[in-house]
Ligand binder design. Structure first.
Ligand SMILES: Nc1ncnc2c1ncn2[C@@H]1O[C@H](COP(=O)(O)OP(=O)(O)OP(=O)(O)O)[C@@H](O)[C@H]1O
Ligand SMILES: [Mg+2]
Length: 207
């Protein structure tokens, strides 16, 4: 992919948290929809990213509003419905099943999308603790710190956050279902993505 001149989502959120109290809901949902479109695309090709986090999400385009998913260094091709093996990813973005060393599955990426949404809403990384062991405990016990910034968002957005961060992967929506969420769909319809019938992107590379 090209060099993303507007840097990472991590830089963007850091800057936002210095200049304002919270990130506007439409901005959060726009970013979330673009990340989810990228994930939906790779999931349709049976690829698990497995390391979705704000340092691997890049902002480009004239205004920095084009969101791309990068760093496929940990990605895997799904050969059965789940993959047993390496579980390397950024610790506080690990899914509960990754923490337990269970097979990696597409729904692990959905957990990480939930972590990214949490970060956009609260401007804090989820499940951060003093040690790796404590981080893992927080993830597997589902100890999600509630932030007063959640009050700035519609309750349905917070509900979506909770669904994405369901400890049971089967309860998490898949990427296509997230894109059909009434809060996300308008951003998908407004995006410049055009798909051919084969499901491959036909124009305007967005990620
Ligand atoms: N296309 C790009 N445009 C702009 N910056 C990029 C781009 N690719 C990577 N970067 C920057 O480089 C950093 C590291 O890149 P990347 O995530 O690909 O490697 P990495 O995290 O070092 O790899 P690994 O996770 O395997 O250790 C990113 O967080 C980002 O700041
Ligand atoms: Mg990286």
């Amino acid at each position: 992919m090209e060099y993303a001149i507007h840097g990472t989502l991590e830089n963007f959120v850091n800057k936002c948290s210095q200049t304002s109290n919270y990130i506007a809901q439409n901005c959060v949902l726009n970013i979330l929809s673009q990340v989810t479109m990228a994930v939906d695309y790779i999931h349709k090709m049976k690829i698990i990213h497995s390391d979705i986090n704000p340092m691997n999400i890049l902002l480009t385009g004239n205004q920095g509003t084009v969101v791309k998913l990068g760093d496929f260094g940990s990605s895997r091709i799904l050969t059965s419905d789940k993959i047993v093996g390496e579980n390397c990813c950024t610790p506080c973005y690990m899914s509960p099943e990754q923490c337990f060393g269970k097979p990696l599955r597409l729904k692990s990426d959905i957990w990480q999308i939930g972590c990214v949404l949490y970060y956009l809403i609260t401007t804090k990384h989820p499940f951060v603790a003093n040690s790796l062991a404590d981080t893992i405990s927080s993830i597997v016990e589902g100890v999600l710190n509630i932030s007063e910034k959640m009050n700035f968002y519609d309750s349905d957005v917070i509900l979506l956050l909770q669904e994405l961060l369901s400890r049971d992967p089967t309860v998490r929506p898949n990427a296509s279902a997230i894109l059909s969420n009434p809060y996300i769909l308008p951003y998908v319809l407004n995006s410049n993505c055009h798909w051919s019938k084969s499901g491959r992107k036909a124009s305007n590379q967005n990620y």
